[in-house]
Write a protein that binds this ligand. Structure first.
Ligand code: CP
Ligand code: NVA
Length: 318
């Protein structure tokens, strides 16, 4: 990317929300990944870099988190700023204050907000009323911060993204929605296998396919895990029962029984496949212990890159 184009993209990102990868052009997504790698290099070299000095990020959590909470908080600190953890139960939202009033009030104190919530609409409402950038830290519909760091991780391991094939096996959930959109933006191919009744959202698939035409990416949704995984460069899975779906655990275990990523299944991928999982994982359910703890698993590189990719997002938009 030329210096001039990079500068133009950087200007265009200032003040933006980060709600989904659909709102970003292919060049902007790639810019954020390159910035993440650059900031990671600075951090590893011990270079002090404080573009967000004196700024505060509010982090609203309506669901549990290990990685998102810690990586955003540490990321803000490393960028010279400060992060505030705001649990739904401690906010007046928990007692019925509207999202809009909350957004307008918090905008008077904060320089940015991150929210992890159930309904995607909540993030949209927050962003609509807020006067500072809003970052989606996971909703029932999507998890764009995770997809961004995941593709950064693939790039670091494979040296390229365009033309690589990702196979996603399991639940058609928030994670696969963002992985599909990311693949479409980055010119990667993605093949998704889910049991009947657990397909990715049809509107998201349609939107993703429309984006894919821009980059030559191929998006494929099917039933058969072997078909999806054939010749894959990257194998990805996620829990069978996401947060908010715990009550369905037993029925999902039955529905997903043939969708475990294990030694038998990975034989159909390329020999040098990478195994990925956003974590937290359930060994013995969606993935066998041998695969997730095997040599080709890069799950902790992904987890680490949450820090670097989110620093890139915050540095770019805040
Ligand atoms: N992958 C991820 O978002 O992890 P947490 O739920 O721990 O934040
Ligand atoms: N699909 C999972 C992702 C967790 C990071 C969930 O929503 O629980």
């Amino acid at each position: 990317m030329s210096q001039l184009l990079t500068e133009e993209i950087a200007i265009g990102l200032k003040g933006r929300d980060f709600i989904g990868l659909a709102d970003y052009t292919p060049a902007e997504v790639r810019y954020l990944i390159d910035l993440a790698i650059e900031l990671k290099g600075k951090q590893k070299a011990g270079e002090i870099y404080h573009p967000l000095k004196g700024k505060t990020l509010g982090m609203i959590f309506e669901k549990s988190s290990t990685r998102t909470r810690v990586s955003f908080e540490v990321g803000m600190y490393q960028l010279g700023g400060h992060a505030l953890f705001l649990s739904r139960n401690d906010l007046q939202i928990g007692r019925g204050e509207t999202i809009s009033d909350t957004a307008q009030t918090l905008s008077r104190y904060l320089d940015g907000m991150m929210i992890r919530t159930f309904a995607h609409r909540t993030v949209i409402e927050l962003a609509r009323a807020a006067t500072v950038p809003v970052i989606n830290g996971l909703t029932d519909l999507s998890h764009p911060c995770q997809a961004l760091c995941d593709y950064q991780t693939v790039l670091e391991h494979k040296g390229r993204l365009e033309g690589l094939k990702v196979a996603y096996i399991g639940d058609g959930n928030n994670m696969v929605h963002s992985l599909m959109m990311g693949a479409a933006k980055l010119g990667m191919h993605i093949s998704v296998a889910t049991p009947e009744g657990y397909e990715p959202d049809a509107d998201v698939v349609a939107m993703t396919k429309a984006s894919a035409t821009e980059t030559g990416s191929r998006i494929h949704v099917c039933r058969d895990p072997k078909e999806a995984i054939a010749d894959a460069d990257v194998i990805y899975t996620d829990v069978w029962a996401s947060m908010g779906f715990e009550a369905e655990q037993k029925e999902r275990e039955l529905a997903f029984a043939a969708y475990q990523v294990n030694e038998d299944l990975v034989r159909y991928a390329k020999n040098d496949y990478l195994f990925m999982h956003c974590l937290p994982a359930h060994r013995g359910e969606e993935v066998s212990e041998g695969v997730i703890d095997g040599k080709q698993s890069i799950i902790f590189d992904q987890a680490e890159n949450r820090l670097h990719a989110q620093k890139a997002i915050m540095a770019a938009i805040m």
